[in-house]
Design a protein around this ligand. Sequence first.
Ligand SMILES: [Zn+2]
Length: 239
Amino acid sequence: MLLCYHISNNQLTVVNDVFIHNKKNTVFYLESILKYYKYITGLSLTVDIYLYDDIPAMSISMKEKIYFRSSLIDIKDVAMYLYFPHEIFHQLIGNDVKFVGDGRLWMLESFTEYLQLRYIMHKNKNLANRYICFILERYKDNISNDVPIIAINDESYELQIVATIESRGVLLFHIYFMNVDDFHLKMMLEKLAIVKNVSITVFLQICCEIGINVERLSSDINNIGNYEQIKAGIYENYI
Ligand SMILES: [Zn+2]
């Protein structure tokens, strides 16, 4: 286990830069994520980021600790646009704020993936559009594994997680939040941070209080996905 980056109150200290090709570039990437995290959550981040291969995923997030595998080192852009923002958002969503009840894993991963997508949209719209197309394709390729949201509470169904959580979930949140500006998203995250234990009902209530329309989530919870419908929802908003 190697401590690589120490972040205290949003201040970054590079301890061991394993992404050595360009240290300046690593600092730029990480500071950019920290800046966005502060901007959209209103919170300062304190976390240590470790290189550690003995983990059950490419990267994982625990309270004030993030671990990532060495296989990410050669794909620096992927690490810095996808994995690190995702794990950093898990410091809030997953460690501080917990989804509870049926559909909790779906909500946890989908909403975290959505915040990660939102970060990419903020940084680079073209890249975000390409990423959305990639997720749509991945969803299409895995659609046979789709199950209703409410049924996904068990982390062991790896294929379901790829198909429905990392793909359908983020696409649905992208559709629900298409017209939600940063100010309202921030209000929502602040409310989640106060409530801390968030069921789907509470999530819908908070959205409703802020004027975010997620009515469709109620029916999307109980049905399996429909690729054409989701694709139409995504493209509708590009017109
Ligand atoms: Zn995750």
